[in-house]
Write a new protein. Structure first.
Length: 578
């Protein structure tokens, strides 16, 4: 049950009964038990509208709320708020129902959408580095959350597999290497660096690279075969990295997939008067009359949104517009979600405005995110002192090493031969969780000491809390799946506090999914783990008896299930024993 939705309806009905008018409850959690569980703010705007004292209106609303069996207390506070405290019996009954539910009380969404999520998007012929981390981790978590709440999700890796760099690679391979010889991803990276440097100083080589690209894009068999080799070599390494991160995709539709559509996009824009030629290039000027209804921010832009360069080459704008059309016509999606850093915000504002003018009605969302910073407060370096890219695999290797060291020092309950295996999941989970626990729009500092620890809001602590919950049932030789308490009794303060936190899970999951903010869920998981720890200290579980024992086991079971489901819903492995 989604408690906030339930209480919103209860409070709206109470306002109508007490005041004779239907008005929104404007409900919000108080996050402070001394002020109740939720606060109803809907009386305030109503009082302003009717020019009455809000406290006078709030009193009969509070009285009407107190008549509902789910409400233990309803008290007027401040200038006219109503603080609501839920009945322990209602909380217990709701949690009992959640325990019996295969979805832990989380209903599916009322309106199911077909959603395509565009994330990760590395370039062909290059290693994944730390700069790809946030899009990959956030995108995967968003897919998992949207799927869990009931949407039909398509996962698309819009890889950079077309454009200028392939002309450079082909020309570079012909000049510096042997097109028929074996080459690995490191070799491709080195080759691209050589070719790029030469193109900056040698005009004839730059011309040769452009000619090779033109041949590729026109379908030259030799260049096409080389390009396919570059893609295949890169895919092998990317697949290894995604397997290590536990990330998957339904499609790898890169820029090349839309090449045949680009000319049509350009002609359509020009024919509709949305783009015009300027010094040979096809450009969109948002200050033109055709864009009179565009957002004011775009209308002020002096720089054009270029669709086609004067040499005939197309840009990201064209490819992205073709991609939107393809997703509409081929996948028939209701929503397209782009998980790309905030530095691309202007591009997506422009892209979405053009898409709307072209008649695309799907919901388009740019899910932006901030930068990962080092301990010096500067963007985390993606290259070493020699200028070589630091691969993402090196970061994960370090995470595993530190996880293994932590677990060894802590003498966790695992056989020695299992430690390296578990360290792999713990290390990767720590890196993922550290990213996901941030508000995605914020920059955050990458700090190993806080990331891999047995305390604090970090992945290791949540994995440990989930494992500890399961350990109680192993120790008591109890089949957790067979639990069917006659009731969940909430008497001790720690029982009530834990139960109130557990009650919020369905609302948190839906909020995290629909706002694309996984940190809402990680905040909840940390709250559950913390409350569970306090509960253990004050409330014996296996040593208690009768209905109390049965009830406390139910609370532990539900807490463990929320922790495990929550971890899986953001792509972090669950560790059964730690």
């Amino acid at each position: 049950m989604r408690i906030e939705r339930f209480l919103d309806d209860v409070a709206s009905t109470a306002i109508e009964r007490a005041l004779g008018t239907r008005a929104p409850a404007i409900l919000r959690p108080t996050n402070d038990p001394k002020n109740g569980d939720y606060q109803v703010n809907g009386v305030m705007p109503l009082a302003k509208q009717q020019k009455k004292n809000p406290r006078e209106l709030a009193e009969p609303v509070a009285a009407a709320l107190r008549e509902h069996p789910a409400i233990a207390k309803a008290e007027v506070a401040g200038p006219g708020f109503v603080n609501v405290t839920l009945s322990p019996t209602f909380i217990g009954d709701t949690l009992k129902a959640a325990l019996a539910d295969a979805r832990d009380g989380v209903p599916t969404t009322d309106t199911k959408h077909r959603v395509i999520v565009d994330y990760s998007s590395p370039n062909i012929a290059k290693q994944m580095h730390v700069g790809h981390l946030r899009s990959t981790i956030l995108g995967h978590a968003i897919c998992e959350l949207l799927s869990f709440v009931g949407h039909d999700v398509i996962r698309d890796n819009h890889i950079g597999d077309w454009g200028t760099q392939y002309g450079l690679l082909i020309a570079g391979l012909r000049k510096f290497g042997d097109p028929s010889a074996e080459i690995d991803l490191d070799g491709l990276e080195s080759l691209y660096k050589q070719a790029s440097q030469l193109a900056e100083t040698d005009a004839s080589f730059a011309d040769a690279a452009r000619a090779e690209l033109a041949k590729l894009q026109k379908g030259d068999p030799e260049n096409r075969a080389l390009w396919e080799r570059f893609v295949a070599i890169t895919r092998v390494e990317l697949d290894k990295m995604y397997e290590r991160l536990g990330v998957r995709f339904d499609h790898w539709l890169g820029e090349s997939a839309y090449d045949a559509m680009l000319e049509g996009v350009a002609k359509d824009l020009e024919a509709k008067g949305l783009a015009r030629r300027d010094e040979g290039a096809l450009c969109i000027f948002f200050g033109d009359d055709a864009w009179a209804d565009a957002p004011a921010k775009l209308r002020k832009q002096k720089e054009p949104y270029i669709v086609q360069k004067k040499d005939g080459a197309y840009l990201y704008a064209t490819s992205d517009l073709a991609c939107i059309a393809y997703r509409r016509d081929h996948f028939h999606v209701d929503r397209a979600v782009y998980v790309v850093d905030v530095r691309q915000s202007l591009h997506f504002e422009q892209l979405f405005a053009v898409a709307r003018h072209l008649g695309h009605t799907m919901e388009l969302s740019h899910v932006g995110f901030g930068t990962i910073l080092g301990t010096d407060g500067k963007p985390l370096k993606t290259r070493d002192a020699s200028g070589k890219t630091i691969p993402l695999s090196a970061l994960l290797d370090e995470a595993e090493r530190r996880a293994l060291e932590l677990m060894t020092d802590a003498k966790v309950d695992l056989p020695a031969h299992e430690l390296p295996i578990v360290a792999r999941s713990v290390g990767a989970g720590a890196v993922k969780y550290a990213d996901l626990r941030q508000n995605r729009l914020s920059d955050y500092q990458f700090d190993w000491s806080r990331m891999i620890a047995l305390t604090g809001n970090c992945g290791v602590y949540i994995q440990y809390a989930a494992a500890r919950a399961g350990a109680i049932f192993r120790k008591g030789e109890i089949d957790e799946r067979s639990l069917a308490p006659s009731s969940i009794l909430l008497e001790a303060p720690q029982e009530i506090s834990l139960a109130r936190t557990l009650l919020k899970f369905p609302d948190v999951v839906h909020a995290a999914a629909e706002t694309y903010q996984p940190h809402l869920l990680t905040d909840h998981l940390y709250a559950v783990a913390s409350e569970l720890s306090s509960f253990y200290e004050a409330c014996p579980v296996l040593k208690s008896e009768g209905a109390t024992r049965e009830s406390r086991l139910a609370l532990v079971a539900l807490a463990g299930r929320q922790l495990r489901r929550g971890l899986r819903s953001i792509g972090v492995d669950v560790i059964e024993r730690m």
